[in-house]
Design a protein around this ligand. Structure first.
Ligand SMILES: Cc1cc2nc3c(=O)[nH]c(=O)nc-3n(C[C@H](O)[C@H](O)[C@H](O)COP(=O)(O)OP(=O)(O)OC[C@H]3O[C@@H](n4cnc5c(N)ncnc54)[C@H](O)[C@@H]3O)c2cc1C
Length: 239
């Protein structure tokens, strides 16, 4: 799977800072924005902007994060993964259509547990060959792609463009970066975070994207990976 950050709100920290500061200041947002960008004096330092963002996030004043948008291209994830992804409703998705685009040769994701087991892999590949054969034959018989696709498995690869604001990304990463999340969607959000971290003006934002245990200070999962203490160890039984 290849994930690329293809666009984002310019000057994202300055934008979210301007939104947050506007709530607590008599100064107008245009003036705050100008000082945040360093276009007028006194300029606002990056440390001050991050400090306010830290405080609004800690206090749950999350709507200011909605002013920052990210657009990602996602190529070669499985339909099993994309189905989980699009359950996150506060985002925009454009996905390659199986009605209009014919499946290419061997465009399937093979899970690592199957890839690493010779017998399982042989069974899986035999099944993929037979699904692909049925798909091709149905199309040859004049069945439209939108109906022939019914024989394609969850392993079928897909491409999407996803635009998600930072508030939703913060929420989604809490569940999808957890080691208990399903491996492929976890890989997707590990790559999403890495893409944000790669851009110098965004790297401070990537640090806010964490699994829920890091934010809560305990693990609320029934089966913990052990990285953090359990909820009962931290806040007591039955709470
Ligand atoms: C480990 C794991 C296992 C899962 N297993 C299953 C499963 O077996 N079956 C299944 O069907 N799904 C499953 N899901 C999907 C899950 O139920 C959610 O649909 C998915 O994670 C999307 O997250 P969300 O609904 O919190 O919010 P999003 O759509 O990402 O929205 C973000 C936040 O906005 C708020 N919000 C959004 N829409 C509403 C609304 N209509 N009303 C009130 N608040 C709203 C909520 O606070 C929400 O957390 C699983 C998810 C995870 C992480």
């Amino acid at each position: 799977m290849i994930v690329k950050l293809i666009n984002y709100t310019p000057k994202p920290i300055e934008t979210a800072f301007t939104a947050a500061r506007t709530c607590y200041s008599a100064e107008g947002p245009a003036s705050i924005w100008s000082r945040a960008k360093g276009d007028s004096e006194p300029a606002i330092t990056r440390d001050r902007m991050h400090s306010l963002l830290d405080r609004v996030i800690a206090s749950g004043h999350m709507s200011v994060l909605e002013h920052i948008n990210f657009t990602f291209s996602i190529e070669g994830c499985s339909r099993a993964c994309s189905h989980q992804l699009v359950r996150h409703r506060i985002a925009s998705y454009s996905q390659q259509s199986q009605r209009y685009v014919k499946l290419k040769e061997r465009n399937f994701v093979i899970p690592p547990t199957i890839r690493g087991n010779d017998e399982a892999r042989a069974i899986f590949e035999k099944f993929l060959d037979s699904a692909k054969f049925a798909y091709e034959k149905l199309i040859e018989l004049g069945i439209p792609k939108e109906d022939a696709r019914f024989v394609l498995p969850n392993a079928t690869m897909t491409n999407l463009v996803m635009t998600m604001n930072f508030r939703e990304l913060y929420t989604v990463c809490q569940v999808r970066l957890c080691t208990r999340a399903q491996w492929e969607i976890r890989e997707l959000f590990i790559k999403v975070k890495a893409e944000i971290k790669k851009v110098p003006e965004l790297s401070g934002l990537a640090d806010y994207l964490q699994p829920k245990c890091i934010i809560l200070g305990y693990c609320p999962e029934e089966k913990s990976c052990g990285l953090m203490p359990s909820k009962s160890e931290v806040i007591g039984e039955g709470k």
